[in-house]
Design a protein around this ligand. Structure first.
Ligand SMILES: Nc1ncnc2c1ncn2[C@@H]1O[C@H](COP(=O)(O)OP(=O)(O)OP(=O)(O)O)[C@@H](O)[C@H]1O
Ligand SMILES: [Mg+2]
Length: 466
């Protein structure tokens, strides 16, 4: 459903102008010519955002602000009020903010600025809603272990976990480094019927090649130099439970053969032993490369691949499920505030904006580290932009727009501002398209504009290929 915005101004031309501007962005708009009318309108259809003039005959914008905030509190509803003040009246702007206005704009205002404030307010409300929803129902229903996130991608992951947890089906988890493969592996184990049996993890990439087989399958005393006593091996240690094979692509080919046989026959022979050992192990393998590519280039056995890949869970990189970012931020904020004994309870909209737009090459692990660092640094109750590392601010248009690119002196013939702005606009459009790998939807988001508005601008410069 489209978001509803209530425009309040005693001037007809202003009401008309704002409704056109906002409707063009796809919002539902109601108008009121006075504070009194606004309250009636709000009674009929509760608005998500109110944009009100400060100086009106009768009830002033400030009185309307107080009244509507009081009603919102009474009825447990969310509303953001943006105050429009006359140029130069900073004092009333400050007073409005104190009285609970979300923000203010000075007349004459810049359309883009006003739209940005509206979008921010709606985004914040979305977050709060998400947060309450998270606290109430999603918790019990969707949470597996420490997994956070309710994006579509994560919902699919939960669904798969639910379906495999009580079976002994082998699973393959693929995803970039830091995307949560190990948490998912643990969730499968600890939410299923094997939860009271061991969960044994082995990182195939971290063990010297010549020791992999003895680590996995054990050895008997004297099987090779250095084998001073019998060793059980992790496969046996995981008996009845789950063996987690991390970085499975690093498993040397001979070990792959032994593993395949162990999986097929549920028994194996420890290095140097004569007697076979029987095991019942569910295998969960993880890889941060596409394992099928390793099969294609011959470094991974195809038959083993099919054994492991009975169920495949793919964890998309965090940048492709940005919807999870606010939830993850709040989750880590709670966790680290507790750990560091701080009272951090919120994130400023600007900081959340930066966090949402960053591309996280290190995925959730990187986000987690960012929040931990910010919590350690933060002085107040709110996590702000200043608590985030500079690399997040690098690509932010909002912060760069203010850069003084204007020359100190004008040439005698003057400059063509329209041409300069057009060239600049084109540069940003291209840059955003590039950063979004050609996705117009994502490029529009990077520029904080609607898809439609983005496409319109592309067309204006003949850059739209349809
Ligand atoms: N969905 C999630 N919810 C909460 N925490 C998560 C989530 N995904 C990852 N994490 C956290 O991020 C960190 C990295 O996750 P994990 O170790 O599972 O990544 P990985 O995919 O195994 O990475 P690597 O390939 O580098 O081993 C962990 O501290 C984990 O707790
Ligand atoms: Mg891992």
């Amino acid at each position: 459903m489209a978001d509803r915005i209530l425009v309040v101004d005693d001037e007809l031309s202003m009401r008309e102008f704002l409704s056109i501007l906002l409707r063009r962005e796809g919002y539902l708009v109601d108008v009121a010519a006075s504070g009194e009318q606004a309250l009636v309108a709000a009674q009929r259809e509760w608005p998500a955002v109110v944009i009100t003039d400060l100086n009106m005959p009768g009830m002033s914008g400030m009185e309307l602000l107080r009244e509507i905030k009081a009603r919102a509190a009474q009825e447990a509803r969310d509303v953001d009020v943006i105050m429009v003040t006359a140029f130069g009246s900073t004092e009333s702007a400050v007073e409005a903010m104190r009285a609970g206005a979300a923000d203010y704009v000075m007349k004459p205002f810049n359309n883009a600025e006003l739209l940005l404030l509206v979008r921010r307010a709606l985004e914040r409300q979305g977050l709060e809603l998400e947060n309450t929803r998270l606290k109430t129902e999603v918790r019990g229903q969707f949470h597996f272990g420490n997994l956070v996130g309710s994006s579509k991608a994560m919902a699919e992951v939960y669904d798969l976990i639910r379906r495999v947890k009580d079976t002994r089906i082998n699973c393959l988890i693929e995803g970039e480094s830091g995307s949560g493969k190990e948490v998912v592996a643990r969730a499968i184990h600890y939410s299923g019927v094997r939860r009271d049996q061991p969960f044994v993890a082995i990182n195939c990439g971290a063990i010297p090649e010549n020791l992999v087989e003895s680590e996995l399958f054990g050895h008997v005393k004297g099987a090779f130099t250095g084998a001073l006593r019998d060793k059980q091996g992790l496969m046996k240690a995981a008996h009845g439970g789950t063996l987690f094979l991390d970085e499975v692509v690093s498993l040397p080919l001979p070990a792959q053969v032994t593993l395949l046989r162990a999986l097929q026959e549920r028994r194996f022979t420890p290095v140097g032993a004569v007697r076979e050992v029987e095991v019942d192990v569910r295998l969960v393998a993880a890889s941060n490369v596409h394992l099928e590519d390793a099969v294609a280039d011959g470094s991974f056995r195809e038959d083993l691949y099919y054994r492991l890949n009975v169920v495949r869970l793919v964890l998309p990189p965090l940048r492709e499920r940005a919807d999870d970012i606010p939830e993850l931020v709040r989750h880590f904020l709670r966790r680290f505030s507790e750990e560091y004994g701080k009272e951090l309870t919120s994130v400023s909209p600007q900081a959340m904006d930066l966090l949402r737009r960053y591309h996280y090459p290190g995925n959730v692990r990187e986000l987690q580290n960012l929040v931990e660092r910010a919590v350690a640094l933060a002085a107040g109750p709110q996590l702000g932009v200043e608590d985030l590392p500079a690399r997040l601010q690098g690509g932010s248009p909002t912060l760069r727009v203010a850069d003084p690119a204007v020359p100190a002196d004008f040439p005698p013939e003057g400059v063509n501002l329209d041409a300069i702005l057009a060239a600049e606009e084109k540069r940003w459009l291209l840059k955003a398209l590039d950063a979004a790998d050609g996705s117009k939807t994502n490029a529009a988001r990077l520029l904080q504009m609607t898809f439609r508005s983005f496409r319109y601008r592309l067309a204006k410069y003949g850059m739209d290929d349809g």
